[in-house]
Design a protein around this ligand. Structure first.
Ligand SMILES: NC(=O)c1ccc[n+]([C@@H]2O[C@H](COP(=O)([O-])OP(=O)(O)OC[C@H]3O[C@@H](n4cnc5c(N)ncnc54)[C@H](OP(=O)(O)O)[C@@H]3O)[C@@H](O)[C@H]2O)c1
Length: 241
């Protein structure tokens, strides 16, 4: 059986490997499809468009005045088409959607085989004694999504921060961690680079099963808001050298 020192050494090596994403810098411009034009979709679009990545929103109503106005307000290369058209145009697809309708919508967008699907979704909150309760299933949203889209490379990311702190991490002291989980290491590296590029701090937490615990972090953050009647925190996972 491994002794405590061996286990700690192994953990140290893993943490060091996890911190590799932090060193990722600017990368080649890549088209990113963002499905959903709500708070999170807009926050990610504005950050990545500012970094020069062409953004294509997938919206149920791409020609609505609301969508046209929000595109106008984002500086950088941004457009909006239907979700299926957006997904077809990019090899990185962000599901910035509520989880329940996402199941149907993502099945309908066409073949996502080989694409990176970034999953920032949290299941609807269920309160017990005025505090968020665990889901009825031990499986994470990300694992359910991967089962729904077996050919896609699902990467859990961005479910923990508020959209305001994505746009301006300084409101949380400048350090906002983005825990990542996924089976495909190369896909996670690309997502980690996109995280670093907009001033956030990626932490590769491992395989997709880690999404169970990453999604639970949001339960704690939401419970804190309820318990304190409105105070917020962001997660900063500080690496130990
Ligand atoms: N807001 C945050 O700070 C935040 C942070 C981290 C993670 N998240 C997660 O990110 C996801 C999106 O959150 P959000 O706050 O951006 O939500 P939101 O403001 O309600 O926007 C969701 C978008 O999804 C699209 N959509 C497609 N089908 C829909 C349906 N049946 N009902 C409602 N919207 C539908 C809509 O865009 P179109 O009308 O253009 O189709 C809508 O604008 C959620 O899973 C949430 O848990 C949010």
């Amino acid at each position: 059986m491994a002794d405590r020192r061996t286990v700690l050494t192994a953990i140290g090596a893993t943490v060091a490997a996890s911190a590799i994403g932090r060193t990722a810098g600017a990368q080649a411009k890549q088209r990113i499809a963002i499905l959903g034009t709500g708070n999170l979709g807009q926050a990610l679009a504005s950050c990545w468009a500012r970094a020069g990545h062409p953004i294509v929103f997938g919206s149920r109503t791409p020609d609505d005045k609301r969508v046209r106005d929000l595109i106008r307000d984002i500086s950088g290369p941004v457009s909006a088409v239907t979700p299926a058209e957006a997904a077809a145009q990019a090899d990185i697809v962000v599901s910035a959607l509520p989880w329940e309708p996402a199941k149907e919508l993502l099945r309908a967008v066409g073949d996502l085989t080989g694409k990176i699907v970034i999953d920032p979704m949290n299941a609807p909150l269920k309160l017990v004694d005025r505090y968020p309760a665990p889901r009825d299933t031990p499986i994470s949203v990300a694992e359910e999504l991967q089962a729904l889209l077996p050919g896609a490379k699902v990467v859990k990311a961005f479910n923990t921060p508020t959209s305001k702190s994505i746009v301006d991490p300084r409101r949380a002291g400048g350090h906002v961690s983005i825990p990542l989980a996924g089976a495909d290491v190369a896909a996670k590296s690309r997502v980690a680079a996109l995280v670093s590029e907009i001033g956030l701090e990626p932490v590769d937490c491992g395989p997709l099963v880690a999404a169970r615990y990453i999604e639970a972090m949001l339960l704690l953050a939401s419970g804190y808001v309820i318990y304190t009647r409105g105070k917020l925190f962001e997660f900063h996972l500080a690496p130990v050298s």
